[in-house]
Design a binder for this molecule. Structure first.
Ligand code: AMP
Length: 401
């Protein structure tokens, strides 16, 4: 059975075709600049590259190009689109409605639409991706996998904000959390890899990439996470500020004569590593500049490390200790310097990093043998989780938790 994984953005479609027999990636592709001049597609299948630049005004035209690429006789991965058994869609915001992945129906689409106020940039694009697939591949079932679903087990004391209760009831203002598919995958994989009993486990997952979030996962269920009603809350990120006193919004708005929307855009797109360093949103550039003595890059890196350490301490307190700390995503998997800075002086908690083991970029334990808290690197694989959920749903099997 072959499953297509689709991550639809406002002007892009990222996709993978996975053969579930052996979970092998058959094709990876990207359609870019949909609705903008210079629309293009790039797909890789076994080293063969399909490339084209052609007008693609809508997501439907983008999906048509994707199918053309996938079925290309020389550079494609399948003979006909009938070989694709199902499509799994990454959907950003499932609100409180979705606690797990679901087969797409009219009702599910309505609910994704209802959540547009919570995910104004992503949910409309995700819906466009679903509707384009329905149009171009009408016989193929679609499954929605939500970034928020894993976090729905958080208790009220963790997800409510301290605002009048009527705003939670009326406007659904609360912490939702994101990167749920990744936290779910790496926390489970960590238990398998470390031989921990998941039903009695305390895991802190650090998904550190361009967007970063941490989660406290108690007995296999999310207890708390750092992102909030939007992905802006939490630690410093590539271009996002992370948590700050909301009065900052008022100060900037009043002094710079900006609207709230403009300040939010500043906090989402021009802040974080980029804003503090004035150099780049990419951690590799920050490391290079900090190592060369740039003071702003140094403070940006220190702020990120500080924030991560703060959440680890808080989550250990919430769970009465921790069995494993997991690093994942672009920075978590690759940045050995940052991991060493984060894990410094955690021996009070029983966590000690082994500098030699920390050199890895693959699945590995990176703590010393006598460290009572296991620290490890687990590469994330959100596409695989989406593919597995999709396969389970379309074949009527239970979804793995
Ligand atoms: P992500 O959003 O998960 O793709 O992560 C992006 C971040 O990961 C960027 O800040 C990069 O600097 C960092 N990153 C990605 N790949 C590498 C790599 N091979 N080595 C070091 N850092 C990396």
């Amino acid at each position: 059975m072959k499953v297509l994984i689709l991550n639809a953005g406002s002007s892009s479609l990222k996709y993978q075709l996975i053969d579930m027999n052996g979970e092998k990636i058959l094709a990876k592709g990207l359609v870019e600049r949909i609705g903008i001049d210079g629309s293009r597609i790039n797909q890789k299948v076994d080293g063969k590259v399909f490339e084209a630049t052609a007008p693609m005004k809508t997501h439907t035209e983008g999906i048509q190009w994707m199918l053309r690429a996938l079925t290309d006789p020389e550079k494609g991965a399948v003979t006909t689109m009938d070989e694709i058994s199902a499509v799994g869609h990454r959907v950003l915001h499932g609100g409180e409605r979705f606690t797990a992945s679901v087969k797409v129906s009219e009702e599910v689409k309505d609910a994704i639409r209802d959540n547009i106020p919570l995910g104004p940039l992503h949910n409309p694009a995700n819906l466009m991706g679903i509707e384009a697939c329905e149009k171009v591949m009408p016989a193929t079932p679609n499954v929605a996998v939500f970034d928020t679903a894993f976090h729905q087990t958080m208790p009220k004391k963790a997800y409510l904000y301290g605002v009048p209760m009527e705003y939670y009831k009326k406007l659904h203002i609360r912490r939702y959390g994101f990167h749920g598919t990744s936290h779910r995958y790496v926390s489970k994989r960590a238990c398998e890899f470390l031989g921990l009993d998941r039903a009695h486990s305390r895991i802190i997952t650090c998904h550190l990439g361009n967007g970063s979030s941490l989660a406290a996962v108690l007995n296999g269920k999310c207890l708390d996470t750092s992102m909030g009603i939007s992905p802006l809350e939490g630690v410093l990120m590539g271009t996002r500020s992370g948590s700050l006193d909301p009065a900052v919004v008022q100060f900037i708005a009043n002094n710079e004569r900006m609207s709230v929307d403009e300040v939010l855009s500043l906090l989402n797109k021009k802040s974080g590593l980029l804003g503090v360093s004035g150099i780049s949103s990419d951690m590799r550039d920050i490391d290079a500049a900090a190592d060369a003595g740039d003071p702003n890059a140094t403070i940006a890196r220190d702020m990120l490390v500080w924030g991560i350490r703060k959440y680890i301490g808080a989550y250990a307190a919430e769970m009465n200790g921790v069995d494993a700390i997991v690093f994942t995503a672009g920075i978590g998997e690759n940045n050995t310097t940052l991991r060493a800075m984060v894990m410094k002086d955690f021996d009070y908690l029983g966590a000690k990093l082994d500098p030699d083991k920390n050199k890895t970029r693959e699945e590995a334990v990176i703590s010393t043998d006598d460290s009572t808290v296991k620290v490890c690197v687990i590469p994330t694989n959100e596409e695989l989780v989406i593919a597995r959920d999709t396969l389970a749903i379309v074949t009527g099997q239970p979804i793995a938790d």
